[in-house]
Design a protein around this ligand. Sequence first.
Ligand SMILES: *[C@@H]1O[C@H](CO)[C@@H](O)[C@H](O)[C@H]1NC(C)=O
Ligand SMILES: *[C@@H]1O[C@H](CO)[C@@H](O)[C@H](O)[C@H]1NC(C)=O
Ligand SMILES: *[C@@H]1O[C@H](CO)[C@@H](O)[C@H](O)[C@H]1NC(C)=O
Ligand SMILES: *[C@@H]1O[C@H](CO)[C@@H](O)[C@H](O)[C@H]1NC(C)=O
Length: 308
Amino acid sequence: MCRNMKKLILAVLVLFLANGVFGFETNGVKSVLVMEGDSVPLYTCQKDTQKYETILWTYGSEDAVIAFFSRGKPFSFPDGNERFKDRLEIDLNTGSLTIRNIRTNHSGVYKVDMTSTSGSPYIRRFNVTVSAVFDPDADKIIQKVVSEGGSITLNTDVQVQKDVLILWRFAGTKPGVYSRNSMTTICKIDGEASEEFFDHGENEKFKNRLDMDKPTGSLIIKDIRLEHSGFYKLQISNNTLTRHRTFNVTVSAVTKSCLQGTWMTVAIVFMVSFVIMVVIVVVIQRNVWFSKGSTPSPVKYARPDERE
Ligand SMILES: *[C@@H]1O[C@H](CO)[C@@H](O)[C@H](O)[C@H]1NC(C)=O
Ligand SMILES: *[C@@H]1O[C@H](CO)[C@@H](O)[C@H](O)[C@H]1NC(C)=O
Ligand SMILES: *[C@@H]1O[C@H](CO)[C@@H](O)[C@H](O)[C@H]1NC(C)=O
Ligand SMILES: *[C@@H]1O[C@H](CO)[C@@H](O)[C@H](O)[C@H]1NC(C)=O
C-alpha cells in the first residue's frame, strides 16, 4: 500500500517535472488554437532526441500512431492514416511535430510519448482546435469595378490541386474590420475531398448568383447588385503554404443607358398596345357593321308574303 502510494507520488512528480511549462495547460493538456490552412508545430520542449529509445506521436481518443521513431531508425509515418498523409514533419533534433495545411478534422488531442534509456517516460498532450479565422494581414487589395446587373470573376490564378483548400469570404464594406463574425464564407473548394459548396450568406444575399470556375476555383458573381459591393477575401492553402488575397468590388449603379432602355421599352409597349387597340376597334366596328348589315336581310326575305 505504502509502496504504491510512493510510486504514485513519484509518477505524479515525474509528470509535473516532465511537463515543464505548466501555466498554459489544463490537466496537463496544452491548448493550441489555430486556423484552417495553418502549419502547426507541436513542440516537445526537449533538446536531444538521441537520449530517447522511442518517440511516439499519437492522435485522437484511440491513440492512433501518426509518427514513430525508435533509436537507430529513421522517423516513420504509418501509411494507414490517410488523414495525415504528406502533412507531417518531424524536427529530428527535438522530436517536435508539425502538421501542415491543417483542416478542421485534424482537431483533437495529440500526444507525444518519449521513452528514455533510464525508463522514465516523458508525455506531452496538445488539444488542437482548428477554426476558420481570417488573417487580416492580406497582402494587397485588387480593385474591381462592375456595373449593376453584370457579372464578375474574381480570379485565384491557381489550378485546383488535390491538396488545395480555397475559401471565399465576403467581408462587407468596412475595410480593416475583418473579425470572424463580420465575414461570411460564401464558397469553399476542398481539393482533397473534391467537394465544393456555396453559402448564400445571411438573408440569402448571394442566392442563385454564385458560380465557380472549377479548374481554378475562381469565384463568379452573376447579376450583381449594389449590395454586393465590398471586400471579398480569398484564402488558398496547400500543404506547402497559405496565401491571402483581397478584392475590393465596387458595383456601379446603372443610370442613363438603362433609362434609355426603359423609355424604349415603354415606347414599344405603348405602340404595340396602340396597334392592338386599333385592331380591336376595327374588329368591333366590323362586327357591328356585319350585324347591322345582316339583321335587315331576314326582314328583307321574311316579308315577301307581306309585300304580295
Ligand atoms: C479541447 O478543447 C475543446 C475546445 O477548446 C474543448 O471543448 C475540449 O473539451 C478539449 N478537450 C480536451 C480533451 O481537453
Ligand atoms: C478530413 O477532411 C478531408 C476534407 O474535408 C476529407 O477528405 C477526409 O476524408 C477527412 N478525414 C477524415 C478521417 O474524416
Ligand atoms: C502550393 O501553392 C503555391 C502557391 O499557390 C504553389 O506555388 C505551389 O506549387 C503549391 N504546392 C503544391 C505542392 O502544390
Ligand atoms: C474600395 O473601392 C472604393 C470605390 O472604388 C474606394 O472608394 C475605396 O477607397 C476602396 N478601398 C480600398 C481599401 O481599396
